[in-house]
Design a binder for this molecule. Sequence first.
Ligand code: MN
Length: 136
Amino acid sequence: MEIVPKQPTVKAPGERFTGDAWYDVIAAGQEPSRIRVNVVRFAPGARNAWHAHALGQTVHVTEGIGRIQSRGGDVTEIRPGDTIHTPPGEWHWHGAAPGHFMTHLAMWEGPGEGQGPESEWGDLVTDAEYNEPPAK
Ligand code: MN
């Protein structure tokens, strides 16, 4: 067993996030484990850039009100207790709703030996994209 002491919270980088977000690394498995778990805290209006995960991702909202969108889909409001799975290679973004903080667990897997990057990153989400009224 290994008890890992609390590590400092990391500010999410401006190239990949709009607004203020911070994360804590909860799990980053050593081979053969490829588990990745972060707790991510978004300030109101903050969101990550368009991105896709090689092996998909599961997001579980623990606090606040958020928004998520897949490329070509509706902006959707997400709330505590909601779990969202994005399949491998599906472009999407996630973040806080306007006027609300949002915290989620992000769970994904690193790629196997000799495979590509675990995530691909694209453009920042514009205000026009972000402010589209949620479908629900
Ligand atoms: Mn994601």
